[in-house]
Design a binder for this molecule. Structure first.
Ligand SMILES: [Zn+2]
Length: 171
């Protein structure tokens, strides 16, 4: 993507289009829109931009990187004033992840959060959901560890193809 092709964003839709280039540093195939952490975009009469985000996990180290990436992206595009606002309530849930985001996640080799398993914040302590292997599609999988490459993922292994994989936990 070349910056020369971008014109200064004039409204919230322009800003959202620019933010499609901002991805999760841990899962670079997912945009902040796919993840559902981009909650709102406002542009006031003076052209000042406010971007509202809700972090996936409180204290997730990726969030400050995402905040910086949002700011950089918009300043590069010619926005003069950019404010990134973090809203913690209501808390983010994996239910906010888009269908497109789930598809990309699986293609990337990470099992997406089980459908509807995000209901209730106690889901982390609920029985383990059926997790489909992102490599071969088998549901014959087992949890190896509660924590995978990052705290928001669990490590699984597929009994069918023997491949280990990360499962994006539901919250
Ligand atoms: Zn498999």
């Amino acid at each position: 993507m070349t910056l020369a092709a971008t014109s200064t964003p004039k409204d919230a839709a322009d800003v959202r289009a620019l933010l499609d280039a901002v991805t999760d540093p841990e899962i670079p195939v997912l945009t902040i829109g796919d993840l559902g952490i981009l909650r709102d975009v406002r542009v006031d009469d003076a052209g000042a931009v406010t971007v509202v985000i809700t972090p996936t996990y409180t204290g997730c180290p990726a969030m400050s990187a995402i905040e910086l990436a949002i700011r950089d992206r918009l300043l590069e595009a010619g926005c003069e004033a950019v404010r990134v606002e973090t809203v913690l309530s209501p808390a983010w849930t994996t239910d906010w992840m888009s269908a497109e985001g789930r598809r990309k996640l699986e293609a990337y080799g990470i099992a997406p959060p089980a459908d509807g398993a995000g209901e209730g914040r106690g889901a982390l302590f609920a029985a383990d959901p059926t997790v489909r292997c992102p490599h071969c599609g088998s549901q014959e999988t087992e949890k190896v560890s509660e924590f995978g490459s990052t705290a928001c993922k669990a490590l699984y292994r597929c009994r069918a193809c023997a491949e280990p994989f990360d499962y994006f936990k539901c919250i």
